[in-house]
Design a protein. Structure first.
Length: 928
RNA sequence: GGGCGUAUAGCUCAGUGGUAGAGCACUGUGUUGACAUCGCAGGGGUCGGGAGUUCAACUCUCUCUACGCCCA
C-alpha cells in the first residue's frame, strides 16, 4: 500500500481501534509473563469524556502500552461507576421533562427504569475512551452494580459490621434538602458568601441580671431561624461578664422556651458579645456543646423536615405561623429566617447594627454584613443543613491506621512526594464516614429491622431472618451505600474477589494507580483502607497524582464559565495522537496543565512530519525490519543512528521508570525529529539518491543503509507507540507491506520494545559528530556573512586530523556538500605521512571543526567586511569566555577547593578558548 | 488560622551546586527529488525582591512580595 501524501488521523483511528479490539490485542494471552496491572478510575456511567479524563486516561494508556510492549501480561481494568446520586438525578430529570416523577413508581419500578437508562445511554464515555485510543480490557468491562461486584460490597459491609467497624449512630449529618439524602463531609463544598450577622437580646429570667445590671444577654447569629430550636446560651468559662449568670436561664422570644446559660470553651469572648446561642440539632459546633452540657442526641430539638421546612419541635413551642415555612427565603418567598427577624424586631429584641456612611453619618441596619462560610452539597448545589438522623458510619479512624503506616514506611510511594503531607493531614484527622444515602439507586444496605428497631446485618434476607428467628417480621433498611463505598473495592472486586480467582492471584495487588489529586480522599485513600481491610495489604505500591487541566488563561474549566475545552473536538481537529502527545509532554509532576491549543497543533505537525519521513523511506526502498536487534552496520552514519536509538531507548526507559511523562515524550520527539529526520535521513540521501554527479554508492552500502534505516524507523514507531498509538500502528503496517511482510499478525501494539544492546564504534560516532558540526558551522557562517543559499563554495582542509581524513574517506564528503553547499573539498599539507602541497584560498572563510580548520574559498563571493565582522564577533566571544575562565583558574580557592573535574573542565575550556582567540586573530590577519 | 504549591525568553513550560534549554511566537531566508502541517539561520532571559551558606547559587537555607489550591 502507498501512503497518501497527507496524514488524516480520522482516516485511520477508528480502523485501528476496531482492529485491536476485535483481535484481543488489548490483553493478549501471556500466561507466563509477569503481570502488570492498572485499574482505571471508573467514570460515572452518566459521564462524558472531559479534558481531565483525557489526561488521566492518556497517562494510564501510555504506561499500559509501554508495559505491554515490554512483554508484560498487562491488564488495564476498565468499567463504570453506578454513581448513585448523579445517575438518579439524570433519570429523575428525564422524568420531570415528561411531567413524571420518581414517586409515581415503586422503588423496584424506578430502579428498573434506571437500568433501562443505563443500557441505552450508559455507553457514552466508554465509546469516547475508545476514541482516545485507550487500550483497556473491554472484554472484562466492569460495573459497580454487577452481580459479583454487589456481592463484594455486601460482604465487605457485613464483615465491617461484625468487626465493629460499621455502626449505626444518631448524630448530625450533612443533609442535602434538595436531594433529600445525607452526604459525607467530603461531598460538602464550603463557599464564602456575603451574608448577615444579626444581634439579638435574649431576656434573662425574671429578676436575674448581669453584673452590669443588664437584664438580657446579647447573642449574635448568621442563622436566626435556628433560634426556634435553641436549647442553651453558651459563654466562655473564664468570661467575667457572665460568670454570675452561668446556670441561670433565659426565656427565648417567640417560642418562650426556657433555656440554660452554660459555660463552654466554644464561646469566644472576643467575638461579638462573647455569648452564643446553642442549637444542637442544627449546628455541628452546637451539637458538641449540647452533648457536653448533658443533652443526649435523642433529646436535641429538631425544627426542620427533610425539605428544610419548619416543623414542630418535640416540645411543641414553635408558633403555628412558622410551620411549613422554608428555612430561609426561597424562590423570592420569605422563609423562617425572615419571619424570625421580623418578629424579633417588632418585639424589640433586635439590636440594630450601626454603620457609618462615607460622610460619617450613622445609619441603622438590621444586621451587620459579613462573609459567611456556607456549606453546599457538591451535587445538589444547595445549602447543606446539619440534621439529626440515624445513619450508618464507617469507623474510618481505625481503617486509616494501616494505610498511614504503609505510606510512612514506604510500602506505598506517593508521586509526587509533596502530596504525602496532605495525605497524612487528612488521614490523621479523619472523621467517621457516613455511608448511608437516602436514595433508591445503589447498593441497598444489607440490614434488616424488626418492629422494636433491633438490627440484623447479613448478606441475605434469609441469613438475617435466621439471626432474628423464625416468624419475626423484618423490614430492610431502605437506604443505599455511598457510591465511594463500592468503588473503594475496585482494585480487587473487579478481579472477582471475594472469589479466589486466578485473576485476583495474579493481578492483585495492582502495580500502580494513576488518579487526579481531586479524588485522593474520595477514592484513593478509601481504596487503601478497603484494600488493607479486605486483602490485608495495600492495593498498589505506587500512587501517581496528576493535576487539573486548566483553561488557557489558567482558570478552572467549568460549564458555568463556558470555558470548557472538549477533548473530542480536539481529537476531531488534530487527531487523538496529537492530543495524547500534548497531555504527555505537558505532564510534569506537581503542576496543573494549562490548555495550549497551539501546542496540540504542534504535535499534529509532528505526526505529519513522521508520516512524511516514512513516505520518504518508502520511496527509497526502506521498509520494515525483521529483527529487534540492530542490523550489522559498517558505515559510520548507520552506526551512529544505531547508537542514537540506543541512547534514546535508555533515556525513555529512565523517564518511564520515574513516571516523567514530559521527559519521555520529549525524548522520543527530539530523537524522531531532530536526529532521525533532520540529520540521519539527510546524511543518507547521497547513499540512496541516484545522482549523476556523485559516484553511486555500492550495492552493499545501499542494502546496509536501507536495513538500518528501516530498523531505526521501526524503533521510533515502537517507542512512540505508547504516546501516539494510531499513526505508529498505521506506519508499522505500511512499512511491513513495503517489504512484502504481512504484519497483521504482528501488530505494533504487541510488538517488542527496543533491545538496546548494540556495538557502535566511537570512531563512527565521532566522524558523524564531526560532519554535523561542520555542516552546522558552515551554515551559520554562510548565513552570517550573507552568502546566497544557492552559491556553492570550494574548500581546502589543511593538515587534516585523522578524524577528518576518516570523515572524507567515507561518504561524508557527499553529505556535507549536499547539506552545507560547501565543496568539493581538497586536502593539502601534511596528510598522514605525506606532504601534499596545494593552493590556499584567499580570501577564505575559516570554519573550525574540532581540531581542524576548513578554509572556504570566498573568491569573488562576498565583500571582506562581512567575514571580518563575523570573525570579530567570534573573537570577542572567545576572549570573553577565556577571560572569565582565566579569572576563575587564578583564584586559589577555586583550584584548591573545587571538585577536580570542575577544575579540569575549566582548564580544558580555557585552553580551547585561548586557542580560538589565537586562531581567529590569525584568520583576521590573513583576511586583511 | 493551618498546610501545600508556583514565580526561568513575548507566551506555555523543562532544568541542574560549575555560568540556562524546548515548543510556540518573532526576525532573516528558501539551495538540497519526504515534508511550507516544512527546511536553514538568528535575536531575545541581571532564572520574582532581599539576605545568607559556598571557591562557585537559577539550583541549598532564611525572609519578603505576588498568585493559586486544599483543610478548618
Amino acid at each position: 500500500m502507498t501512503l497518501p501524501t497527507t496524514f488524516d488521523p480520522a482516516d485511520i483511528e477508528q480502523r485501528w481501534y476496531a482492529h485491536w479490539e476485535e483481535n484481543g490485542c488489548f490483553r493478549p494471552a501471556r500466561p507466563d509473563a509477569e503481570a502488570f496491572t492498572i485499574v482505571n478510575p471508573p467514570p460515572n456511567v452518566t459521564g462524558s469524556l472531559h479534558i481531565g479524563h483525557a489526561l488521566d486516561n492518556t497517562l494510564q494508556d501510555i504506561v499500559i502500552r509501554y508495559e505491554r510492549l515490554r512483554g508484560k501480561d498487562a491488564l488495564w481494568v476498565v468499567g463504570t461507576d453506578h454513581a448513585g446520586i448523579a445517575t438518579q438525578m439524570v433519570v429523575e430529570r428525564q422524568m420531570e421533562a415528561k411531567q413524571d416523577k420518581r414517586t409515581n413508581y415503586s422503588r423496584d419500578e424506578f430502579v428498573d427504569k434506571v437500568w433501562e437508562w443505563k443500557h441505552e445511554s450508559g455507553g457514552t464515555i466508554t465509546r469516547q475512551l475508545r476514541r482516545l485510543g485507550c487500550s483497556m480490557d473491554w472484554s472484562r468491562e466492569q460495573f459497580t452494580m454487577d452481580e459479583h461486584f454487589t456481592k463484594a460490597v455486601l460482604k465487605t459491609f457485613v464483615d465491617l459490621y461484625n468487626d465493629g467497624l460499621i455502626y449505626r449512630d444518631k448524630r448530625l449529618v450533612n443533609w442535602d434538602p434538595k436531594l433529600k439524602t445525607a452526604i459525607s463531609d467530603l461531598e460538602v463544598e464550603t463557599q464564602d458568601l456575603k451574608g448577615n450577622f444579626w444581634h439579638f437580646k435574649y431576656p434573662l429570667e425574671d429578676g436575674v441580671t448581669l453584673d452590669s445590671g443588664q437584664d438580657y444577654i446579647e447573642v449574635a447569629t448568621t442563622r436566626p431561624e435556628t433560634m426556634l430550636a435553641d436549647m442553651a446560651v453558651a459563654v466562655h468559662p473564664t468570661d467575667e461578664r457572665y460568670a454570675s449568670v452561668v446556670g441561670k436561664h433565659v426565656v427565648l422570644p417567640i417560642t418562650g422556651r426556657r433555656i440554660p446559660i452554660v459555660a463552654d470553651e466554644h464561646a469566644d469572648p472576643e467575638l461579638g458579645s462573647g455569648a452564643v446561642k446553642i442549637t444542637p440539632g442544627h449546628d455541628f459546633n452546637d451539637f458538641d456543646v449540647g452533648k457536653r452540657a448533658g443533652i443526649a442526641a435523642g433529646d436535641m430539638l429538631n425544627m426542620l423536615d427533610g425539605d428544610a421546612n419548619v416543623c414542630q419541635t418535640a416540645d411543641g413551642l414553635v408558633p403555628h405561623e412558622f410551620l411549613g415555612l422554608h428555612r430561609f427565603k426561597k424562590d423570592g418567598v420569605d422563609g423562617a429566617r425572615e419571619l424570625v427577624v421580623q418578629r424579633l424586631k417588632e418585639q424589640e429584641y433586635l439590636i440594630p447594627h450601626i454603620a457609618k456612611t462615607k460622610k460619617g453619618e450613622e445609619v441603622e441596619h438590621d444586621a451587620e454584613p459579613r462573609q459567611i462560610a456556607t456549606p453546599f452539597g457538591d451535587r445538589g448545589g444547595v445549602v447543606i443543613e446539619p440534621w439529626l438522623t440515624d445513619q450508618w458510619y464507617v469507623d474510618a479512624e481505625k481503617l486509616a491506621q494501616k494505610p498511614i503506616q504503609d505510606v510512612r514506611d514506604g510500602t506505598i510511594e506517593i508521586v509526587p512526594k509533596s502530596w504525602e503531607k496532605t495525605f497524612f493531614n487528612w488521614m490523621e484527622n479523619i472523621q467517621p464516614w457516613c455511608v448511608s444515602r437516602q436514595l433508591w439507586w445503589g447498593h441497598r444496605i444489607p440490614a434488616w429491622f424488626d418492629i422494636d428497631g433491633n438490627v440484623f446485618v447479613a448478606e441475605s434476607e434469609e441469613a438475617a431472618q435466621s439471626q432474628a428467628g423464625e416468624g419475626v417480621a423484618l423490614t430492610r433498611d431502605p437506604d443505599v451505600l455511598d457510591t465511594w463505598f463500592s468503588s473503594a473495592l475496585w482494585p480487587f472486586a473487579t478481579l472477582g474477589w471475594p472469589e479466589d480467582t486466578d485473576l485476583v492471584k495474579k493481578h492483585f495487588p495492582n502495580n500502580l494507580l494513576i488518579s487526579g489529586f481531586d479524588i485522593l480522599f474520595f477514592w484513593d485513600a478509601r481504596m487503601l483502607m478497603m484494600g488493607q481491610y479486605n486483602m490485608g495489604r495495600a492495593p498498589w505500591p505506587k500512587l501517581y497524582l496528576h493535576g487539573l487541566v486548566r483553561a488557557a488563561d489558567g482558570a478552572k474549566m467549568s460549564k458555568s464559565k463556558g470555558n470548557v475545552v472538549d477533548p473530542l473536538g480536539l481529537i476531531d481537529q488534530y487527531g487523538a495522537d496529537a492530543l495524547r502527545f500534548f497531555m504527555a509532554s505537558m505532564e510534569s509532576q506537581g503542576r496543573d496543565i494549562k490548555m495550549d491549543e497551539k501546542r496540540v497543533e504542534g504535535y499534529r505537525n509532528f505526526a505529519t512530519k513522521l508520516w512524511n519521513a516514512t513516505r520518504y523511506c518508502q520511496s527509497n526502498g526502506i521498509g520494515a525490519s525483521t529483527t529487534v536487534k540492530a542490523p550489522k552496520a559498517h558505515m559510520a552514519v548507520n552506526q551512529w543512528i544505531i547508537g542514537e536509538v540506543q541512547q534514546t531507548s535508555a533515556d525513555l526507559d529512565t523517564a518511564m521508570a520515574d513516571l516523567r511523562f514530559d521527559a519521555a515524550a520529549n525524548t522520543i520527539y527530539q530523537f524522531a525529529w531532530s536526529r532521525f529526520c533532520d540529520w540521519y535521513l539527510e546524511l543518507i540521501k547521497p547513499v540512496l539518491v541516484k545522482d549523476d554527479v556523485q559516484p553511486p554508492a555500492s550495492d552493499a552500502a545501499i542494502a546496509e543503509t536501507r536495513k538500518v534505516a528501516g530498523w531505526a524507523l521501526d524503533q521510533i514507531l515502537v517507542m512512540l507507540h505508547p504516546f501516539m498509538p494510531f499513526i505508529t500502528e498505521e506506519l508499522w503496517h505500511a512499512q511491513g507491506a513495503l517489504n512484502g511482510m504481512d504484519r497483521s499478525k504482528y501488530p505494533l501494539i504487541t510488538a517488542k520494545w527496543p533491545d538496546p544492546r548494540a556495538e557502535v564504534s566511537k570512531d563512527a560516532t565521532d566522524a558523524i559528530d564531526w560532519t554535523i558540526e561542520f555542516v552546522a558551522n558552515a551554515r551559520t557562517a554562510r548565513n552570517e556573512i550573507g552568502i546566497p543559499p544557492g552559491t556553492k563554495l570550494k574548500a581546502v582542509i589543511q593538515d587534516p586530523s585523522d578524524l577528518a581524513r576518516k570523515v572524507f574517506g567515507g561518504n561524508g564528503a557527499a553529505a556535507m556538500e549536499r547539506l552545507s553547499r560547501v565543496g568539493p573539498f581538497i586536502m593539502t599539507g601534511q596528510i598522514g605521512d605525506h606532504n601534499v602541497p596545494g593552493p590556499v584560498p584567499k580570501p577564505a572563510m575559516e570554519i573550525a571543526v574540532g581540531d581542524d580548520v576548513v578554509l572556504v574559498d570566498l573568491a569573488g563571493v562576498i565583500d571582506i567586511d562581512a567575514e571580518q565582522a563575523r570573525l570579530e564577533k567570534a573573537l570577542e566571544a572567545s576572549r570573553k569566555e577565556a577571560k572569565s575562565l582565566e579569572g576563575r583558574l587564578s583564584n586559589a580557592n577555586f583550584v584548591e577547593r573545587a571538585k577536580p573535574e570542575a577544575v579540569e573542565k575549566a582548564k580544558a575550556d580555557f585552553a580551547h578558548h585561548s586557542a580560538e582567540v589565537e586562531r581567529l586573530q590569525g584568520a583576521l590577519a590573513r583576511l586583511g
